[in-house]
Each structure stands twice: as C-alpha cells, then as structure tokens.
Write a new protein. Structure first.
Length: 303
C-alpha cells in the first residue's frame, strides 16, 4: 500500500475515534536559525482555549507553541470567552484560534455545526483586529469549519464546511507549490518557500482585498457528508475552483491570517497497531518547508 494512502487512512481512523489515535509529538525538537526575537523577548501570542478547541497550546498545538517560544515569542493560553469584552486579550498582539467547536458538537461530529462564537464575541474580535490586533484563524474540515463560519464571514471569508482535496492521481497529502500554480508566496516575508503540504482540511472563499497563499484550481473538490468521515456515493461534492485554503489580509490597523487546515502547523503522532506515523512539522519528507512557512506567517502577523 502506498505509504501516503496509509497515513491518510489512519488519520481518518484517528479523527473518527477508530483504532488509530492521534496525539501531539512531545518529542518534536527543532533548532531555529536566527530566531525572530531573543528568548522571551518577543510579542505575546495568545491561543484560544475557551471554545472547546480541538487544538490548544497544551494539547494538539503544543508543538506549534514550542516553535513560537523558540522564536522568542511569549505564548499563553486564553481560557475565558470574549462575551463580556476584550479583557482576556489584554497585552496580546496575536490571537490564535485553532479548530473551535460548538458545545453541541462535542463527541458529535454530525450536522448541524453551529457557531462556536456568539454575536457579541464576533463583534468584539472585529473591533480588536480593526484597532491593531492580529487574528490567526484556523478551521479544519467539518465540523470545525462550520463552527468558525460566522466568525470568518464577519471578516469577509466564507468557510465551506466539508473535506477539501486537490485533484491528484493518488490519495497523497495535498501539495501546494508554484509549479502546480497553487502557491502564491509573495505576500509573506520568506520568498524562498516553494512547497506547502496540508492534510485534509477545509476551503473558503476570500474577499477581493485578501492575498490568497494556498489556491484551489479546477478539478479540486470538497466532500460534504452529513457526519464527519462518513462518505458514500450520495455524498455531496462541490468544485473548489476559486477557493483558498490559506490567505492573509490587512484589516483596519490589524491583520488576518485565515487557514483551513491545522495539522500543517503542528507535529502529531498517529498510533496504530502497525506502529507510529509522524504527521506535520515532524515529517520532513512529507512537509519539508512547513516549519519555515509557519515562521514566516507568524513574522508577518507580528510585524
């Protein structure tokens, strides 16, 4: 069996509660050339933990947090909602939201997928970004894209609540590069990045003023099941031509980075009866430039 097909199969099993399980790679260690800041001297990056997030700084995004700290940033978790205002984001320069989930979808990955954020929270976040904050919003495949749809739409981004895929001959991870016309890197500080790998996320439409980085083209598609990971011949399929899986945009005095895939930014291990498989930043064969891409994106957000 092709190793990439096998990796995606076990990812699916892990996400759906089967015999495979995914966990953060706590052994992931990397050395960074030229950290952005001296240790502990960087800006404060806050990671949401108040909206049933599948990834937090202590769980699935702990390797993500490790990279930020190696670059000198101060990382802290935000466990309070923004219902009463922006006090929980005091002193935060960048706010990271990774895979929020409405309480009704905890252990229930079927439609409907209501918003994880209230109207008041969305309004407060809009004000925070407009006046100078930077929001890094990551909403993976269903049900997470549905839970983030209202928040994304408030900034002009429309998440599709499905399972996005590039057109490809084999069921490999999705490769966005310049040769296949799906990677546009000029809007980020590091112009030397030539390929980005993602692992089964969502797609979104973006406003004209946004700069898309990861582009879908004709032939790319999204599967939209009633229950996550349960596909059959009647599962709805839509074309993703004109959609994106990653974009950035200035918003008032602040900045936005919107992405439809989370595993690309962290390091995970998939445990199966056949052994361990590394997925994300810890797999240099599949994703050799994802680390550099993450650092470039964070540098842009914190500039």
């Amino acid at each position: 069996m092709n190793k990439y097909i096998y990796i995606l199969i076990i990812l699916m099993l892990g996400a759906s509660g089967g015999m495979a399980q995914q966990r953060p790679d706590t052994t992931f260690v990397t050395e960074l050339e030229k950290p952005i800041f001296a240790k502990g001297q960087g800006l404060a990056i806050c990671i949401d933990a108040a909206h049933n997030n599948f990834h937090t700084s202590e769980t699935g995004f702990s390797p993500f947090s490790k990279v930020l700290r190696l670059d000198g940033f101060v990382v802290r978790s935000v466990s309070e909602t923004l219902q009463m205002g922006l006090e929980p984001l005091k002193d935060c320069q960048v706010f990271v939201v990774a895979n929020p989930l409405h309480e009704s979808n905890i252990n229930n990955w079927r439609l409907p997928n209501p918003s994880a954020y209230s109207e008041k929270e969305i309004s407060h976040l809009n004000d925070w970004v407009r006046t100078g904050g930077s929001l890094f919003l990551i909403a993976d495949h269903m049900p997470f894209a549905g839970a983030a749809e209202k928040l994304g739409r408030s900034f002009g981004f429309e998440f599709n609540n499905g399972f996005a895929s590039l057109e490809k001959e084999e069921n490999e991870p999705d490769l966005f590069n310049q040769s296949n016309g799906r990677l546009v890197i000029e809007s980020l500080p590091d112009k030397n990045i030539s390929r980005i790998t993602t692992f089964t996320g969502s797609a979104f439409k973006y406003p004209p003023e946004a700069n898309p980085i990861l582009l879908f083209k004709e032939g790319d598609f999204s599967l939209e099941p009633e229950i996550a990971w349960q596909f059959n011949d009647s599962t709805k399929t839509i074309s993703l031509e004109g959609y994106s899986q990653g974009a950035i945009m200035d918003y008032g005095e602040g900045k936005l980075a919107i992405f439809g895939e989370a595993a690309m930014f962290t390091a995970q291990i998939i445990d199966t009866p056949q052994g361990e498989f590394k997925v994300g930043l810890n797999n240099k064969e599949m994703a050799p430039q994802n680390l550099e891409f993450l650092r470039s994106l964070i540098k842009w957000l914190s500039d």
